[in-house]
Ligand binder design. Structure first.
Ligand SMILES: C=CC1=C(C)c2cc3[nH]c(cc4nc(cc5[nH]c(cc1n2)c(C)c5CCC(=O)O)C(CCC(=O)O)=C4C)c(C)c3C=C
Ligand code: FE2
Length: 437
């Protein structure tokens, strides 16, 4: 292909020469139209169709420093995204540099501020998609490591969290390998998808040659008008999702359910971290929408409108399975009863769910590609997600869902202060002499 033809490729970036030509043509066209364009023809009126929608929440800010990472027990905002990476660092020293850069970028992005102005001969410091003043917009960024990091590359093998494994398929799974696993998972949560994408692009730009994107999935939570009583958001099957989630504002409960505790059976470095499960679960919504309401409710085990359990009035009501051992009220194979039979050992198997809905266009056969970006945190992966998922294997809901991706990760302990960095306790754990490669 000649250079000439290349410049005519509509998808190719314009060369400096072509840009000059285009700018020249524009100026000529304006001149031909009679000189200056009348001011009122280009001025933005207050209600111009292309004005930016307004938000009074752009200055909302979550704390970054602390014993735990943000984005786990933090209330879930409207937009979420997970991005999984392969780490390209060649040794421990480069891995440490990557983790330090990541820490510094996350601290900045969650705080907000102005991007530095650089010499225009260089690429700009920031993508600019939020404008020159980067606002926090309630952003949290949470970093987690996959089992693959604990191989021979960085000498971390002996440091692997007890239960961290590569996620193998469960019986109803049809895992697509390009949507699974990864060395590093970064979860972004904020008020808007743009803020999440901005943060992702910032991290990618600032870690050249160190990270390679493997897969990503965006998701959302439907907003609702402010209500006196808080209600759980609906998933894409139209049911309230989260009603029986453990209370994330209860610190004692979170220490039991979510956070790895010091002096547990986990390596010391992992204290205050958490196992993170991500599952991309496709919903067959066309089939679901043609299923009778009573069948939908029996499959889930709750009322669709109110979210209440059968026999209850509100979604906060607790079903009584002891008085319903035959499943006449709540079917024994309903989703909620299998997920949590509320028996003597139930407290050991609690998980903290933080799901988002996703919508990815359409399949080759013209079906909506949408579903649940299931995210769950727990202190013990085996007692938590794995036990609950095994109970759900074979449930009637499987006719309407298909897990296609995700992975198991370990969310690192929090960054305590400006001197600390993500993964410090892990790198220090095998001795300072090894921390440099
Ligand atoms: C392995 C864990 C779970 C997966 C995977 C999962 C997928 C999934 N769930 C819904 C819809 C609902 N789930 C609800 C409750 C619920 N789900 C799980 C676990 C998994 N769900 C648990 C532990 C619970 C709580 C059970 C309880 O304690 O009573 C509900 C009811 C409302 C609520 O409590 O959140 C809905 C609705 C879908 C659609 C889905 C996969 C696509
Ligand atoms: Fe569920």
């Amino acid at each position: 292909m000649s250079n000439d033809r290349k410049t005519h490729d509509p998808n190719a970036p314009a060369s400096p020469a072509r840009r000059k030509l285009l700018l020249g043509a524009g100026a000529g066209a304006i001149a031909a139209a009679g000189g200056m364009v009348p001011h009122n023809a280009v001025a933005l009126s207050n209600d111009s169709v292309t004005n930016a929608p307004e938000s009074d929440r752009t200055q909302e800010r979550q704390p970054f420093y602390g014993i735990h990472q943000p984005g786990i027990v933090t209330p879930r905002p409207a937009a979420g995204m997970v991005a999984s990476f392969d780490i390209l660092s060649r040794d421990r020293a480069e891995l440490e540099q990557l983790l330090r850069t990541l820490t510094e970028r996350i601290a900045f992005l969650m705080q907000g501020g102005s991007a530095p102005e650089l010499d225009p001969k260089f690429p700009p410091a920031d993508s600019g998609i939020l404008g020159p003043d980067i606002f926090p917009d309630n952003l949290t960024v949470t970093a987690a490591l996959g089992a693959s990091v604990f191989d021979d590359r960085f000498g971390l093998k002996p440091m692997k969290p007890q239960h961290l494994t590569r996620m193998e398929g469960f019986p109803n799974d049809a895992l697509e390998k390009e949507l699974c696993h990864g060395d590093l998972l970064i979860q972004f949560c904020s008020n808007t998808p743009d803020t999440n994408i901005h943060a992702l692009r910032d991290i990618v730009k600032n870690t050249p040659g160190q990270l390679m994107l493997r897969w990503k999935q965006e998701g959302s939570v439907p907003v609702q008008p402010p209500a006196k009583a808080k209600e759980s958001a609906r998933n894409f099957l139209g049911f309230r999702d989260g009603s029986a989630n453990p209370d994330a504002s209860d610190d004692a409960l979170m220490n039991r359910v979510v956070w790895v505790q010091p002096e547990s059976d986990e390596p010391d470095w992992a204290a205050h971290g958490s196992y993170q499960v991500v599952r991309i679960i496709r919903n067959f919504v066309e089939r679901w929408d043609r299923t009778p309401l009573q069948e939908q409710e029996a499959i889930i085990g709750r009322r669709k409108n109110s979210g209440a359990p059968f026999g209850g009035r509100t979604e906060a009501d607790v079903p009584d399975y002891t008085a319903d051992s035959e499943g006449k009220v709540t079917p024994l194979d309903s989703h909620i009863r299998l997920a949590n039979p509320r028996d003597a050992s139930a407290a050991q198997h609690l998980i903290l769910r933080r799901p988002f809905n996703y919508s990815n266009g359409i399949s080759k056969s013209g079906q909506l590609e949408m579903g649940l970006l299931f995210i769950a945190f727990q202190a013990d992966l085996e007692k938590g997600f794995i036990t609950v998922q095994k109970r759900l294997d074979g449930e009637p809901l499987e006719e309407y869902i298909k897990p296609i991706g995700g992975g198991f990760f370990f969310a690192l302990p929090g960054v305590r202060d400006e001197k600390d960095f993500l993964g410090r306790t892990l790198l220090e754990a095998s001795g300072p002499q090894n921390a440099r490669g």
